[in-house]
Design a protein around this ligand. Structure first.
Ligand code: GLN
Length: 454
């Protein structure tokens, strides 16, 4: 920092922007905490202490993370007065590195959605055109970064919720390899694909934030130890010799004509740089979407069963305990969340689970196997982020099935637990770069290559 602005001024400036903003990105501002932390950083600078890379940097948090003593609403009626009892590991690590949380951000309730309209705080408006949706479910986080209200934000990606809003608002958004960052303190949606993911305006910012949040955590048994990604190592892309793309993602009727031609033009530019490009076969979009939603609904029905007004959430008293549960849950969950709980319980119920749930698991194994075979012949896979440009506010709510199908290109990589990054280039809603598990570094390398190529 060259001392042109104090940390307190920077944080105050961002808080003011957030407060005044009309994109409905804010669920709550962390004003007192943020100013307090900022003044500590200023004293450190004043006394000549050296400060770290993230020290004093204001960031946003999707409102599905715990930060002790602050609201964690999941944009839901049920938790609108709930305050976190503890802090999520990923958020704690950022704070330990000196970053300053300034806002809990609007999103689809419990991560259920692709537009950030399924929220009690009002639909998030797109950063580029406020008549369009901000994308979802981490819409508030993406819009805040795109509008420079936060320097970076932490979203959550279960089936595309970081990558899709990043694409809709033309910024970077990473879903790391599953398990690279601890999920402790992230409200569980579908535990087998939930990932903590950063959104930012540069590849370098993504790298720094990813490094800080990564690592094994005894509070999340699915985490693993990973190596730091070095600044210089991602500047050279010489180990990327072959790129794959899924033919059926571009050769179908659902994709917007412009997105398709822009995607194919990007492929040509990559080839022109001497990189080999291979067209690959993959599962149909309908198969990917139905496999994902079968498993995601089953997992969310099970995860949300704890929210019954007893330990968490605002209780609505009824005649007896059973009625109290029923009324509390019926009145306080959104239509979309209830649709998923009903669907998920159906999937898991006796007589259906073999037919539906186990079939979903089997398909997931086949999808993972498909990826393994792909990464034996290509280094990275490139795909569009979405089949279409962002819808107008109001349109997705009318047609849930169409909304589910808009996740066609993101959910497969979630099922495969692969690292996948949205970059703000190539098509109107960006491009996605995926690599084999734990190859997050390769994804960032290729992003740097594409920054200079497209
Ligand atoms: N749109 C997808 C869903 O509703 C993904 C959401 C997410 O990643 N949280 O499930």
């Amino acid at each position: 920092m060259n001392k042109e602005i104090t940390c307190t001024d920077l944080v105050q400036e961002k808080l003011t922007l957030l407060k005044q903003n009309t994109h409905q990105t804010v669920n709550s501002l962390l004003h007192t905490l943020a100013i307090d932390l900022a003044s500590k950083v200023d004293s450190k600078i004043a006394s000549g202490e050296t400060i770290g890379l993230l020290e004093g940097i204001p960031f946003g948090i999707k409102d599905v993370y715990m930060l002790q003593g602050t609201y964690a609403t999941a944009s839901s009626e049920l938790l609108k007065n709930y305050k976190s009892a503890y802090t999520a590991t990923a958020i704690q690590k950022l704070m330990d590195a000196g970053a300053i949380p300034i806002v809990k951000e609007n999103c689809d309730s419990f991560g259920h959605g692709s537009s950030s309209e399924n929220t009690i705080f009002g639909a998030v408006k797109n950063a580029l055109n406020p008549e369009l949706v901000g994308g979802g479910s981490s819409g508030g986080s993406a819009v805040n970064v795109a509008k420079d209200y936060t320097v970076f934000s932490i979203g959550g990606d279960t089936g595309g919720s970081v990558r899709q809003p990043a694409g809709y608002n033309n910024i970077y958004g990473l879903k790391p390899t599953y398990g690279r960052i601890s999920r402790y303190g992230l409200m569980a949606y579908a535990s087998s694909t939930d990932c903590v993911g950063p959104l930012a305006k540069s590849i370098e910012d993504i790298r720094i934030v990813l490094n800080v949040m990564s690592g094994q955590d005894i509070k999340d048994q699915t985490t693993y130890a990973s190596n730091e990604i070095d600044k210089d190592s991602i500047l050279s892309s010489k180990d990327i010799k072959t790129v794959g793309y899924f033919k059926n993602f571009v050769e179908n009727d659902a994709i917007d004509a412009q997105i398709k031609s822009d995607f194919l033009a990007s492929i040509e530019k990559i080839k022109a740089k001497g990189v080999e490009v291979k067209a690959l076969d993959f599962f149909e979009s309908e198969t990917l979407v139905s496999t994902y939603y079968t498993l995601a609904m089953a997992e969310t029905a099970s995860n949300l069963s704890r929210l019954d007004g007893t330990n968490y959430g605002q209780r609505i008293e009824a005649e007896n305990l059973k009625e109290t549960y029923a009324v509390t849950r019926s009145e306080n969950f959104s239509e979309e969340t209830k649709r998923r709980i009903v669907g998920g319980n159906q999937v898991l119920s006796q007589g259906f689970s073999d037919e539906i749930y186990l079939k979903g698991l089997a398909l997931r194994d086949q999808i993972s196997e498909n990826f393994e075979n792909d990464f034996a012949v290509v280094d990275v896979i490139l795909s569009p982020v979405t089949p279409d440009t962002p819808p107008k506010i109001g349109d997705s709510l009318k047609d849930p099935l169409a909304m589910y199908l808009s996740d066609a290109y993101t959910v497969g990589f979630s099922l495969g637990q692969l690292p996948t990054l949205t970059i703000p280039q190539g098509t109107a809603t960006g491009l996605q770069i995926s690599a084999a598990k734990n190859n997050d570094e390769l994804v960032l390398k290729f992003a740097n290559f594409l920054k200079d190529t497209l």
